[in-house]
Design a protein around this ligand. Sequence first.
Ligand code: BEZ
Length: 266
Amino acid sequence: MHGPLSTPVKTPASDGEAQRWSASDFAKNGRFIQDMAGPIFALLAAKPGERVLDLGCGDGTLTAEIEATGADVLGLDNSPELLAVARMKGLSVKQADAHALDYVQEFDAVFSNAALHWMHAPELVVEGVARALRPGGRFVGELGGHGNIAAVATALRAVEMARGGTPEQAVPWYFPTMEEFEALLSSHGFAVRELVVVPRSTPLKADMQGWLRTFCRFFFDRFEEPERSAVLDDVLTLLRPSLCDSQGLWTVNHIRLRFSAERSPD
Ligand code: BEZ
């Protein structure tokens, strides 16, 4: 067994290791992330010739859309698997840790969709974003807000605790309240132009097992078979009454924070 009872549990929030992703699982189960991006894409309003950083670009689906506006885009991500797919699309991308951005006043805009909630020290990320932007540059994006995917997070905590772990060990996500995120942006010199909470129920095109395999791999990979399957069954049993309807259709309840902020002109 390789789990909380036999080893100290590390989560992506505590160990600084790159989150591991399967590009094919992400393409199948993560498409909703791009499908939901229309409003922030409009908020970004990238212009031809602008230099844009796509922070947490994943497989480059949105990076390509930004590039199609005529902007000069660089995508950053920490996942070699997803970056390999982005490179096949001919995009300019680089593997990097968003906590250690080393750009100085290089970008007109930094865009980030559904990536900031994976980052264990968001203050370091926002500090790096502020440094990377030109004075007056904009930081636009969406991340999970307080209460995002609450049923999933609670089920993972319950299963972790039932196996001798603590709730803190179960999930890595940063889901701030609107007030917390506004304070974070302001403390790094951003003027917040827009910050809204967007609750959104997302019916899954595939099944919950696939969604969990894609987005909660950090949780299940700590267990070896046959325990891994038993852990997955426990999580599904806890989630089914809340998230699966009588037709067998699963829905995940997102609460996103959508924001646009402007770096101080210096
Ligand atoms: C989301 O808000 O899209 C999300 C957050 C954490 C895990 C999976 C999805």
